[in-house]
Design a protein around this ligand. Structure first.
Ligand SMILES: [Zn+2]
Length: 314
C-alpha cells in the first residue's frame, strides 16, 4: 500500500520509516512531526498547570476609573489608574470568551464562608472610589456580559460624583456596593477615633441609601493596620478587599483578600496572566509591590506620598 493521498500509514510502517530508512527524504517529515507533538505536549502540560492553578486560587481585579470622552480624567494623578473604555470592553470580552464569570466580593466571600470552593471560572471584579464611570460605563458592560462586581464607594463622592439614584440602580442590577471610607483618608494616618468614625459613618451613609447591609470595605490607598481590622469587626464589616498584590486561595474564607490592579499600562497579555492565575508570570507585579512596601517602610507614609507627588494613592 502506498501511503499518502490522505491515507494514513499503518503504525508499523511509520516506525519502520523512522528507524530503518536513513534517507533524508523519509526522515525530513519526522522532524516537524516530533516538534509538533512536543509542542502539543507542552501546551497540554501548560494547560494542565493552568487548570490546577485556577482550581487552587482565584484573582480579584481592582479597577478605578473607566475613561472616555464623557468621563475624562480630570486630575492628572489619576491618569495612570484610569482604563480607557475600549480597553475595559476588550478585557471583559476576554473574560467571557475564556469562559470566565465576573463576580462580586459578596458572592466570593459568601461562597467561601459557606465552606464551598470558589469555582475555577470566577474572577472577582472591583472598582474603588466611586466614579461617574462606574454607572455610565462599567455597569452597562458588566450587565451585557452577565457579570457582577463590587463598587467600593467613598462617602464624600455620594451625590455629586455618584448620585443616590445611580447607586440604587446598580444594586438593583445585581451589583454589590461596599465602603471606601468617608473622605479617602489613609486609615494609618488617622487616630483611633477618626478611624472608627470613617468606618461607621460611611457604612451608615450607604445603608441609608441602599436599605441593605454594607459589610465589605476597601481601605483608601490600601493603607490599614491591625487596629483597623479590630475597628472593622466592631463596625460589623465581614471582609476587606486590600491592595495587597496576589491571588487568593480558592478554598478558604478570609477577612482580607488580595487584589490585582488593572490600570492604564496593563497589557492584554498581563490581563490574561491575571485571569489564568499564572503567578510566576506576574513576577514584575510582585516585585513592584514589594519595592513599594519597602519604600514606604523606609521613607514613612508622608515622605513616600510626597515622593510619588500624588500625596494620595488611590
Ligand atoms: Zn481609593
Amino acid at each position: 500500500m502506498v501511503s499518502g493521498c490522505g491515507e494514513e500509514p499503518a503504525a508499523s510502517q511509520s516506525i519502520s520509516h523512522v528507524y530503518t530508512d536513513r534517507s533524508a527524504r523519509v526522515r525530513a517529515p519526522v522532524v516537524p512531526e516530533l516538534l509538533a507533538s512536543t509542542w502539543t505536549g507542552a501546551r497540554e502540560c501548560a494547560y494542565g498547570v493552568r487548570l490546577i492553578a485556577m482550581t487552587d486560587r482565584f484573582p480579584v481585579l481592582m479597577y478605578h476609573r473607566i475613561e472616555s470622552a464623557s468621563c475624562p480624567v480630570v486630575a492628572e494623578v489619576e491618569r495612570s489608574w484610569a482604563v480607557p473604555l475600549a480597553e475595559f470592553e476588550r478585557q471583559m470580552n476576554r473574560l467571557r470568551e475564556a469562559g470566565r464569570v465576573g463576580v462580586s466580593m459578596e458572592q466570593i466571600h459568601g461562597t467561601l464562608a459557606s465552606r464551598e470552593r470558589v469555582p475555577p471560572e470566577w474572577v472577582g471584579i472591583t472598582f474603588d472610589d466611586g466614579n461617574q464611570s462606574d454607572y455610565r460605563h462599567a455597569l452597562p458592560v458588566l450587565v451585557e456580559h452577565g457579570f457582577r462586581a463590587t463598587f467600593f464607594v467613598c462617602g464624600e463622592r455620594i451625590g455629586a460624583e455618584v448620585p443616590e439614584t445611580q447607586l440604587k440602580e446598580m444594586l438593583s442590577a445585581g451589583m454589590h456596593i461596599g465602603s471606601h471610607a468617608m473622605r479617602h483618608r489613609f486609615m494609618t494616618s488617622l487616630d483611633a477615633r477618626e478611624e472608627e468614625s470613617e468606618l461607621t459613618a460611611s457604612r451608615a451613609a450607604l445603608e441609608a441609601i441602599l436599605g441593605s447591609p454594607v459589610v465589605h470595605f476597601a481601605p483608601p490607598g490600601g493603607r490599614w493596620s491591625g487596629r483597623t481590622r479590630a475597628a472593622l469587626r466592631r463596625a460589623g464589616y465581614v471582609a476587606v478587599s486590600t491592595s495587597r498584590y496576589g491571588f487568593n486561595p480558592a478554598h478558604t474564607a478570609n477577612f482580607a483578600y488580595c487584589r490585582l490592579p488593572v490600570v492604564r499600562a496593563t497589557s492584554i497579555s498581563t490581563f490574561d496572566t491575571m485571569m489564568n492565575c499564572e503567578r510566576l508570570k506576574l513576577w514584575r507585579g510582585y516585585a513592584r509591590a514589594a519595592a513599594a512596601d519597602a519604600a514606604r517602610l523606609v521613607m514613612g507614609e508622608g515622605l513616600y506620598a510626597r515622593a510619588r507627588t500624588t500625596g494620595k494613592d488611590r
